[in-house]
Design a protein. Structure first.
Length: 166
């Protein structure tokens, strides 16, 4: 199997993810889930995702579709399309699965996955994390990871815009 095939094999549909989840649960793997747009991958994302992966055995990332990113971030986003974003995330060694979702929140995806650990960044509080009630009701927990200061897609976008203006 080529390296690119390995990356593509980490990108799931809901149906294929259900099968993989069954395999992982049979093997008693601790499943971690997080989600986001991941529009311009930067060091803050790597830090966050690496720390999320360390909380369990298998890291699943829900990625907003292009359409849902536009609803959340505006007409000029995403900068990278969903194919680019999913492939970049799937190429990270500590990521086990990537799946797109088109809804406003990942609630339906969380119902499918039923993660042992639900992770969000430090810009959230546990009571504001969508799906936290589902996860804790099933015996799991919610973990908030502090954001790495000085790194964000918005800051990166501003740097790019400012460099073009020069």
């Amino acid at each position: 199997m080529t390296s690119l095939e390995k990356i593509k094999n980490k990108i799931y549909t809901p149906e294929s993810l259900r099968l993989k989840l069954g395999e992982w649960r049979f093997r008693d793997r601790k499943i971690v889930f997080t989600n986001g747009c991941f529009d311009l991958l930067h060091l803050g994302h790597i830090d966050y995702l690496g720390k999320a992966a360390d909380l369990g055995d298998m890291l699943i990332i829900g990625v907003n579709t292009d359409q849902s990113v536009q609803k959340l971030k505006g007409q000029n986003r995403p900068i990278n399309n969903e194919e680019q974003r999913t492939h970049l995330l799937a190429s990270l060694l500590f990521v086990d699965a990537v799946i797109l979702f088109d809804e406003e929140t990942p609630f339906d995806l969380i119902k499918i996955i039923q993660p042992d650990v639900l992770v969000k960044g430090g810009d959230y509080t546990p009571d504001k994390v969508v799906g936290a009630d589902l996860v804790t009701a099933n015996g799991g927990f919610v973990h908030i990871i502090p954001l790495l200061a000085g790194y964000s897609t918005t800051l990166t976008e501003e740097k790019i815009k400012n460099s073009i203006k020069r």
